[in-house]
Design a protein around this ligand. Sequence first.
Ligand code: ATP
Ligand code: MG
Length: 570
Amino acid sequence: MSSGNRLSGHMHTMSENDIKPSNFIHQIIEDDLKNGVHNKVVTSFPPEPNGYLHIGHAKSICLNFGTAERFGGVCNLRFDDTNPEKESQEYIDSILSDVSWLGFKWDGDIRYTSDYFDELYAYAVHLIKAGKAYICDLSPEQARDYRGDFVTPGRNSPFRDRSVEENLELFEKMKNGAFEPGACALRAKIDMTAPNMNLRDPMLYRILNMSHHQTGDKWCIYPIYDFAHGQSDALEGVTHSICTLEFEDHRPLYDWFIENLPVPVTPRQYEFGRLNINYTVTSKRKLKQLVDEGVVNSWDDPRMPTISGLRRRGYTPASIRNFCDSIGVTRSNGTVDMGMLEAAVREDLDKNAPRAMCVTRPLKVTITNYPESEEEWFDLPKHPKDDSMGMRTVPFTRNLLIEQEDFAEIPPRKWKRLTQGVAVRLRGSYVITCEEVIKDDAGNVVELKCTYDEATKGANPEGYKPKGVIHWVSADNSVPCEVRLYDRLFTEENPDGDKERSFLELVNPDSLVVLTEARAEVGLKGSVAETRFQFERTGYFSVDKTSSDEKLVFNRTVGLRDSWVKVQQG
Ligand code: ATP
Ligand code: MG
């Protein structure tokens, strides 16, 4: 072999590395493209609009949109709206807003399974004409009994051998509202003894006298998810229909419909493992219960693992996308530590959130040797490692506030904060020394009388050493704010896992702590919703949507470091 060949062989390997599949679905698609099975990739995110999206959906969104992007294809957004009784426009709007916020763009118009109700009806008629579907009059209870179970084979419905003509006539009548809900249903004629229960003559259409958020009162029969899903994929030209593992057993049915119907293309279904996160729940049904029972305030309560909750909490779209990339895509369900999600936002905000000072539980400090009328402005960097963010300016006055927890009357060993007779630096300004502790009648420390050292502006003190650096704000010139501290929503790692107790009984009573006396540096006045800061020494915070000029409201996104591990281990 010549050296030229070796070189090109080497280069080939390199370019292969560049597009190396990062998960098994990418591998499948790469093979399909290589083997000419497809020449363009079309994926789809198909949410049912029966609740708000949660972090599990974010994984599916990142996978579907990310995969399309990776292969130069497109991803559709289709509302799987076959259950009008549980769906609503509010959910549709929230889903659209969440997907956009995450930074993804669906191909073409917003799609609805209900856009295809006419086509789906025609497909049902096609199956009837082919002798592969029939109207069954068994009651739901009878049908369940006939279906058998995992150990008992099913029995054929007595209505299974109706003639094509009779079935066509009955189906038409069903569509025209001649029957009551539950009186009959359209079923596929497959195999009542199939080991896979999904193939035991599954229901295709049911009667539901209910108007639909998209189609109004046009229909009183609605297709079942299984019948609608694959055919909608086919009608949209979806090539790779990616869903979660619980649909694995439905795949033979998905394929049966595609094989037995005159669909324009042949989509294939692939399943991946659901995302679960500890100390929370990821099921729309359970999240809805938390909202309906008032355990949380709303779907976008910052304690909720919904995308809108995370957003309100202060998560950035990039942090959620990075998290989804970091957990990978596999063929098994797994539970991810909440700490990983928090680490993702911490990493983003550490880099991108400007710094500010906020005293969350204030203690009054009077600088007795500082003139009453004076106000001095100190310039501090907005970010210690990113000069491009520029500077901020904070006023120093005679009356200051520090954190209650930065003072101890009887300090523990190695105390690096304030105590009587000790000096500390107030971040970015002077060194002060605590001279006197004032208490109320109950013995609570209510004020510290301190002195400042004028020579310590930008310089170390002469002859003594401050114990540490603490944050502060001016009591005379700062903004009042409310600070909301969040903790895990559940006390148990797996709130679903307790057979004895409902997850609703495992809610953490301290998941929300509201501090109403906080004060932030005055430059934060007028900050708009979703502005994020690192409050120095305290954590990352985001301005809440209920914030106003009168009262700033901050949500704590996450602490500065993962303190949970330590707390848990004692
Ligand atoms: P839930 O169980 O929370 O109600 P769902 O699966 O019923 O979720 P859909 O609206 O049908 O919700 O989901 C839309 C897409 O998101 C589906 O393809 C589904 O597989 C995927 N998805 C839902 N939950 C998760 C999860 N926890 N992890 C990964 N993907 C998920
Ligand atoms: Mg679903």
